[in-house]
Design a protein around this ligand. Structure first.
Ligand code: AMP
Length: 212
């Protein structure tokens, strides 16, 4: 297994890009945010622990997150799997834990750069299908029918943590942690920065050049 870490603020497009690459290319997308939301939906102990932090826009404790990622890595048996890790690491201790897992070597860390005003616009306008998880945007990617998913007709909802107050908190936490992560991967010669303030298809083309 080789791992490509996707770094970037909430709303920088990591998840959107990773999801597209798993359909077009031989990548596996691991999103810690998606794993936690699914744990909340099924009411597991992990979900119960994570929910209060997530609703407030705060980070779930490192110990829990490192445990979750270690467990998940063991369920990926194919040694040639190429993993796109989205949402992890978010803190230096998480990055160090990942670096100490010989079964999941990090090949590259790609930082998605987007100006803050654009992040706020993207996050507060985001609407997600409660059924299949497809993501839309009120302005830049509206569904064909208001409030209804194009793919499965499920109901579109705003994630509780995409409200403006929580978005500002998430961005503040991101900014605090991110420079340490950038330094960590820069020192190892693994950091690649990408201008992610571009349309989805163009960003995907730039990303593929880096990944191939
Ligand atoms: P995301 O979908 O990646 O924006 O994640 C949603 C929320 O899940 C975050 O705001 C955190 O509360 C939590 N979360 C996801 N990944 C992590 C992580 N690696 N460390 C701590 N909390 C996380």
């Amino acid at each position: 297994m080789t791992v490509t870490v996707l770094l970037g603020a909430p709303g920088s497009g990591k998840g959107t890009q990773a999801k597209r690459l798993t359909t077009d290319e031989a990548f596996v997308h691991l999103s810690t945010g998606d794993m936690l939301r699914s744990a909340i939906k099924s009411g597991t102990p992990l979900g119960k622990e994570a929910q209060t932090f997530m609703d407030r826009g705060e980070l779930v404790p490192d110990k829990t997150m490192i445990g979750l990622i270690t467990e998940t890595a063991q369920t990926l048996p194919n040694p040639t799997t190429r993993v796109l890790l989205d949402g992890f690491p978010r803190t230096l201790p998480q990055a160090e834990a990942l670096a100490n897992a010989p079964s999941a070597p990090v090949a590259k860390a790609i930082f998605f750069k987007v100006p803050e005003a654009e992040l706020i616009r993207r996050l507060t306008g985001r609407r997600v299908c409660g059924n299949c998880g497809a993501s839309f945007h009120l302005v830049s990617l509206p569904p064909k029918k208001d409030g209804v998913c194009d793919t499965c007709n499920g109901p579109l909802k705003q994630r509780p943590d995409d409200s403006e107050a929580v978005v500002l908190k998430r961005l503040e936490i991101f900014t605090k942690q991110n420079s340490q992560l950038l330094d960590f991967y820069r020192r190892q010669g693994k950091l690649v920065e990408i201008d992610a303030d571009q349309p989805v298809a163009e960003l995907q083309a730039s990303l593929l050049k880096i990944l191939r």
